[in-house]
Design a protein around this ligand. Sequence first.
Ligand SMILES: *Cc1c(COP(=O)(O)O)cnc(C)c1O
Length: 229
Amino acid sequence: MEYGQRLIEIKDRIAAACQRVGRDPDEVTIVAVTKYIGADETAALVEAGQQDLGENRLQVALPKLDALAERAPGVRWHYIGSLQTNKVKEVLQRFHLIHSLDRLSLAKEIDKRARALGITVPCLVQVNVSGEESKGGFAPEEVAEFLGHLAEMPGIEVQGFMTMAPAGVDPEAARPVFRGLREWRDRWLAEGTAPATATRLSMGMSGDFEIAVEEGAAFVRIGSILVKP
Ligand SMILES: *Cc1c(COP(=O)(O)O)cnc(C)c1O
């Protein structure tokens, strides 16, 4: 395992990207996507200093959450994949942040269960900036209305927005998507359609995270370059 070394390299690249645009590297959180590895390797990653972990499928995530609950109690789990409404009750109170709030029915279910538990659930609204049909999330033009619904849901705290860039060989191709999300966020905040808490952007993966950092990412979701053998 060379997780420590790989983390150092990724952090160096994030720091360099921050320097290019005058950002503070402390504003960027690496979410290590552990979907490719098992519980023992995930524990080794935590031991190497990585505390924020992401999973995109609940069935794959739960055994790891259970396995790490005692070994690494400080870990923060991020739910980054599409979430079925009937799985919401298993996600609440296990995950630190849901990055993929992508439809009204899901929001209603989270809100209902959160209020029953007396908690508020931090979420990011997923936005399909690129307009690709295969991508989940709201079209940017639909977000203001959705935020209006969320304003009536005390069980949900909107902390920002998430997007997926088209997969491709040229990382620069992702820049307009990342920049687009930042500009939409700025507009929603300025108009007051988004609550003041909705500042954080989750964008960028192994192939394009430096571009995402240059465009304002607060979370980069990094899997393959960190954890793949
Ligand atoms: C798998 C996954 C990632 C990580 O992708 P890599 O290219 O392996 O870094 C990021 N976000 C989501 C939603 C994913 O499913």
